[in-house]
Design a protein around this ligand. Structure first.
Ligand code: CA
Length: 535
């Protein structure tokens, strides 16, 4: 009896000891989970943690909380400020002339045989999922589970959207931002007994055009006139052929943007055409026929800014839901959360909506990150970081080696300081799509801490130089003033060095060919083939 008791206690102590040891080992070696939240077209000027005109009117407390608990990056830039190309750079850590995805319109399909960070994480034991907007035309690779928007060219609908659910088409009922979050949470719950680390890409359609708010947020600022950015009535002086010749002013708002209801008498096709009115030159949607053009422009802007900010209210709410889930399920301590957007957006600055230009509002991406125990709360970083740096940074945090072929650099070590002296001091940018959509001349350029030099080259030959310290709104093109000759020579030299460093040495004619090229079609390596033809 005595022996048996001793034996039992001994065995029990041994087993508990083992369990304890096992648990400690697991905790020490457990890789962090990663939730990468990417929205679409969300400017830093509509996130209260970044400040801006609407920070008190339309705060984003849940996004701000990520920044407060971790780091906010003030100078993160897209290398080509449109949806698909930015997403391709985020996934591959390379410029578009390497990953082959240059444009949205006639841009072909993303070559999904190439390396991406989710595939690498999956290879290293991560359980991976993609939920929401994908917008790269080819099938997502590297995910154990995916459910992405398919309709309207993979843009997704705000209401009752169609998803591709692991290969099966499903129509869901409700509001896209809420649905996408629910599906992401369902996936997290479904794997709650899974000991493997996870990486979830949670990618919202919002706040993309046509900015449809959830029902409960349709009338948030109904009786208020929201303020206008200081550059709302930009006259484009010194930038007549570039900023002054676009299709992204308030004149290009269509009836669908205004949420106007088509007459019942029209058939489906006619209704679509009716709603698209305003999209083309010389089509102006008048809100109040008795008002002046200036007043009508303001009315269109009011509708735009209110709807835009209201869709963001839902994004922020849903991020709160995800954070609550992490807390409730004891995942908070070991989960990295990132919030970013594929590029910035103009919300009335220079009189515009949309993006594309290498100007600040368009290229600056929001980026906030929390990593408990590894990134100190309230960190602010101002280094020049770009979307090709996301993949290597995520790999470093996951303890996975970064392949040599990646052009970006991990900025994880930058997050312990405000500025890293050993980091890159300037970034290279290149936009190709033209003339559709929005008629923005293809251009490339360099931005360092103080200056920006841009060359617009498609059927004009215009250079622009901005002093961001003296002229943060980029209203005064200094390129053609004699005073800045030495500076432009230096910057041009640096720009050409960057082009060489990243392997983008195409002639102007070769670059124009990319703008003209119809990459469309379904062959997954068509982009690559065209690149070979150009070389
Ligand atoms: Ca976008």
């Amino acid at each position: 009896m005595n022996f048996l008791l001793k034996y039992t206690i001994g065995l029990f102590v041994m087993i508990s000891g083992l369990n304890l040891h096992e648990a400690n080992r697991k905790n020490l070696t457990k890789k962090p989970n990663i939730i990468f939240i990417l929205s679409d077209d969300h400017t830093t000027n509509a996130i209260s943690a970044y400040g801006g005109l609407y920070k008190d009117i339309a705060p984003t407390p849940n996004i701000d909380k990520i920044a407060q608990d971790g780091a906010i990056l003030k100078n993160t830039f897209a290398t080509n400020s449109i949806c698909g190309p930015s997403r391709a750079s985020i996934l591959t850590g390379t410029y578009n002339h390497i990953n082959g995805y240059y444009k949205n319109y006639k841009g072909g399909v993303f070559d999904n045989t190439q390396w991406t960070f989710p595939q690498e994480l999956q290879k290293h034991g991560y359980n991976t999922a993609l939920v929401g907007k994908w917008h790269l035309a080819s099938e997502p690779v590297g995910f154990d589970y995916y459910k992405y928007h398919i309709s309207r060219g993979q843009q997704g609908f705000y209401w009752d959207p169609l998803y591709n659910d692991n290969g099966i088409e499903k129509k869901e009922t409700g509001y896209a931002t809420n649905l996408t979050t629910n599906f992401a949470l369902d996936w997290l719950k479904s794997r709650s007994n899974n000991e493997d680390p996870f990486c979830l890409l949670l990618q919202y359609k919002a706040p993309h055009r046509e900015w449809s708010p959830d029902k409960k947020y349709e009338k948030l600022w109904e009786d208020k006139e929201l303020p206008y950015p200081s550059t709302f009535d930009d006259d484009y002086k010194t930038r007549e052929k570039t900023a002054g010749n676009t299709e992204m002013t308030m004149d290009y708002f269509c009836r669908e943007d205004m949420k106007m209801i088509p007459p019942d008498s029209l058939n489906k096709n006619q209704k679509r055409q009716w709603l698209a009115y305003g999209f083309k030159r010389n089509e102006i949607v008048e809100i109040d026929e008795n008002d002046s053009p200036e007043e009508n422009k303001k009315l269109r802007f009011q509708k735009y800014i209110k709807d835009y900010l209201a869709t963001i209210r839902s994004v922020d709410d849903n991020i709160g839901k995800v954070m609550d889930y992490l807390k409730q399920s004891d995942l908070e301590e070991n989960t990295i959360v990132i919030y970013a957007s594929d590029q910035g957006f103009f919300i009335g600055e220079h009189g515009w909506f949309d993006k594309r230009f290498m100007y600040e509002e368009s290229i600056r991406m929001p980026f906030v990150i929390k990593y408990p125990g590894k990134i100190k709360p309230k960190t602010i970083n101002e280094d020049i970081i770009t979307n090709i740096d996301f993949a290597p940074t995520i790999l470093e945090m996951a303890g996975v080696d970064i392949p040599e072929s990646i052009q970006g650099k991990s900025f994880f070590n930058n997050l312990s300081k405000n500025k890293n002296k050993n980091w890159r001091q300037s970034m290279y940018y290149h936009y190709y799509e033209y003339p559709f959509y929005h008629h923005v001349q293809p251009h490339y350029g360099i931005r360092n801490e103080r200056y920006k030099l841009i060359h617009f080259y498609y059927d004009i030959d215009v250079w622009e130089l901005y002093d961001l310290k003296e002229d943060p709104d980029e209203l005064n093109n200094l390129f053609y003033s004699d005073r800045h000759k030495d500076l432009t020579i230096r910057l041009k030299q640096e720009l050409y060095e960057l082009k060489k460093q990243y392997g983008n040495n195409l002639s102007l004619n070769e670059m124009r060919k990319i703008s003209d090229m119809d990459f469309g079609g379904l062959e997954s390596n068509k982009g690559k083939m065209i690149k070979e033809n150009l070389n």
